[in-house]
Structure formats: structure tokens, C-alpha cells
Design a protein around this ligand. Structure first.
Ligand SMILES: NC(=O)C1=CN([C@@H]2O[C@H](COP(=O)(O)OP(=O)(O)OC[C@H]3O[C@@H](n4cnc5c(N)ncnc54)[C@H](OP(=O)(O)O)[C@@H]3O)[C@@H](O)[C@H]2O)C=CC1
Ligand SMILES: O=C(O)[C@@H]1CCC=N1
Length: 273
């Protein structure tokens, strides 16, 4: 992760349209990394208490007089974009970087509705703690400076991968955009299974949460592959092998996740406008 201080080389306002779960997570990551709140404009019809409180730190919330910004981040729901997009135009000049994080919504659609130099990106909510991963794809007219600015913004919330093929974004969305939800569900279901196996609810919940987060942290810090880390838990003829014979069986994780990722990929394509 690079420091938000790279963003201090730029001076213009950073406009965030839609400060919900994902836009709010990115904003949290930027502010935690040291971005000056005075540079941030938030456009949000029903701001949460947290976002409203940020106004006291210098963020400008729903200012009355828009003017072209250096960056506009589009973080409204894709289903809202056709309605919400045109109102963003006064913030966008030809030279404005328009960074969209909307699932499905294409670069062509952003160019038509909002204009500017468009980068389409797919982040995830661990951005709030600087541990997100974002995949970005630039429109052909995005300058090197705009790409560097995008990179600095995204790196302040975690890792960044650039791709040239926009068609990859549906599967990216299904794997890393939605992926944190699959992991949180794993923690929920591991706790439920622990309760079913006889554990008190509070203990099962604690064990599941700390196991998922601890294993995630080990995966993050270790240079070993996930397969090796898994094998390191699996004593021959032991308890893990018994569980994995279920989880790696014909109706185990592999076909289940393939179906889940295929469903999310298909939904991303449906959301394309
Ligand atoms: N959640 C996630 O993990 C991820 C989400 N995304 C993308 O981020 C975007 C936002 O998703 P998410 O944060 O989950 O959804 P949210 O509903 O939490 O956030 C969208 C926000 O936009 C606000 N909004 C509605 N209309 C306007 C408008 N005209 N101008 C400005 N803001 C408006 C909404 O307000 P109100 O609620 O009052 O309508 C809401 O606060 C989506 O496009 C999604 O595809 C991408 C990666 C991951
Ligand atoms: O569920 C969604 O559509 C968004 C995109 C990826 C994560 N959340």
C-alpha cells in the first residue's frame, strides 16, 4: 500500500458521489491514511451520521455550487446511475478523472452519461482498513497522470491490479468485489456448525471469527500458498482430513463456489448499462 501522501501532490477537490457502504469504506481508508478532509466533497442525498459528522472535520457535504473537479468518484448503485449520473455533469470537465466503482456499468456508459476521462474500477470493503484489493481498467483517453492519480487513490486503500480488458470486470466483481461477503458467510456458518456440534453460541461465534480472521492474516503474511497452509493443518488421518473429505467432495466448496461466482458474474453482466 502506498501512502495517501502521494495524493498531496495533487491539489484539486475529490468528489465522492454516493457515500454508502463502499464509497464510505474508501473515504474511511483515505481519511485514515491522512487525506486532508478539506479536499473532499461528498454528494449524498441521505448522509449517514458518520458522514454528517465528517463535515465537522472539513468535508463539504452536498455543496450548492458545483464546479469541475480533478476527480469524481462514482459510487452510487448501478441501478441509480441513469438517474443520478446527469446531476454529476457540472462536476466534470473533459480533464476530470471519473473513477467509477459501480458493478456492471461500462466505460462507454460512463462516457455517455457523465463524460470526463473514465477509469472503471472494482474495489472491496477491506478498503476501509487499507487492506482492499481493486482492479482498474482505463478508457483509452486516460492520461498517464490520471492513471497515476487513480493508482494513488486506490493504493491508499490496499492493493491495485490494472487490466486492459474491460470484459474481465464481471468475473473480477464476482471474485474480489463480492468476495468479502463469502468470507463473512464462512464465519457465520462455521459458528452455526459449532453450535450444532454442541458449543455455546458466544464461544462458537468467537472461535469462528478469530479462526477466519487469523487464517486470513496468516495467508496475508505468509509466503506459502493457500494449499500449503491448508496442508499444514491437515494431520494424516486426523480431524481436518475428515472435514476436508466433505468440503473437497463432489458437492463441496469447489462446485459451490464455481456456481456462486458464475451467478455473480452473470448478475454483473445484467447490470451493464
Ligand atoms: N458494497 C460493496 O462491497 C461494493 C460495492 N461496489 C459498488 O459500489 C456502489 C455502491 O454500493 P454500496 O456502497 O454497496 O451501496 P449503498 O446503497 O450503500 O451506497 C450507495 C449510496 O449512494 C447514495 N445515492 C443515491 N442516489 C444518489 C445520488 N443521486 N447522488 C449521490 N448519491 C446517491 C445512496 O443513498 P440512499 O441509500 O439514500 O439511496 C447510498 O448512500 C455500487 O455501484 C456497487 O456496485 C463495488 C465494490 C464493492
Ligand atoms: O453486491 C454488489 O453488487 C456489489 C458489487 C460487488 C460487491 N457489492
Amino acid at each position: 500500500m502506498t501512502s495517501v501522501s502521494e495524493l498531496q501532490h495533487t491539489t484539486g477537490p475529490i468528489v465522492l458521489a454516493g457515500a454508502g457502504k463502499m464509497g464510505g469504506a474508501m473515504l474511511t481508508g483515505w481519511l485514515a491514511g491522512g487525506l486532508d478532509p478539506a479536499r473532499v466533497v461528498v454528494i449524498e442525498p441521505m448522509p449517514s451520521a458518520e458522514i454528517t459528522a465528517l463535515a465537522a472535520r472539513g468535508i463539504r457535504l452536498n455543496p450548492a455550487a458545483p464546479s469541475p473537479a480533478e476527480v469524481v468518484i462514482v459510487a452510487v448503485k448501478p441501478q441509480m446511475f441513469r438517474e443520478a449520473g446527469p446531476a454529476l455533469k457540472p462536476w466534470v470537465a473533459d480533464t476530470t478523472l471519473v473513477l467509477s466503482i459501480m458493478a456492471g456499468t461500462t466505460i462507454a456508459s460512463l462516457q455517455n452519461v457523465v463524460g470526463g476521462a473514465v477509469v472503471r474500477a472494482m474495489p472491496n470493503t477491506p478498503a476501509a482498513i487499507g487492506r482492499g484489493i481493486t482492479v482498474a481498467v482505463p478508457a483509452s483517453d486516460v492520461s498517464a497522470a490520471q492513471r497515476a492519480l487513480t493508482d494513488a487513490l486506490l493504493r491508499a486503500t490496499g492493493a491495485v491490479e490494472w487490466v486492459d480488458d474491460e470484459a474481465l470486470m464481471d468475473a473480477v466483481t464476482a471474485v474480489s468485489g463480492s468476495g468479502p461477503a463469502y468470507v463473512f458467510l464462512l464465519a457465520e456458518e462455521l459458528a452455526r456448525a459449532g453450535i450444532a456440534a454442541g458449543l455455546p453460541e458466544a464461544l462458537a461465534t468467537r472461535l469462528a471469527r478469530d479462526t477466519v480472521s487469523g487464517a486470513g492474516e496468516l495467508l496475508h503474511r505468509s509466503e506459502l500458498s493457500s494449499a500449503t497452509l491448508r496442508q499444514n493443518v491437515t494431520s494424516p488421518g486426523g480431524t481436518t482430513a475428515a472435514a476436508l473429505s466433505v468440503l473437497m467432495g463432489p458437492d463441496g466448496f469447489q462446485p459451490l463456489l464455481e456456481r456462486a461466482v458464475a451467478a455473480a458474474t452473470a448478475r454483473s453482466k445484467e447490470l451493464a448499462t
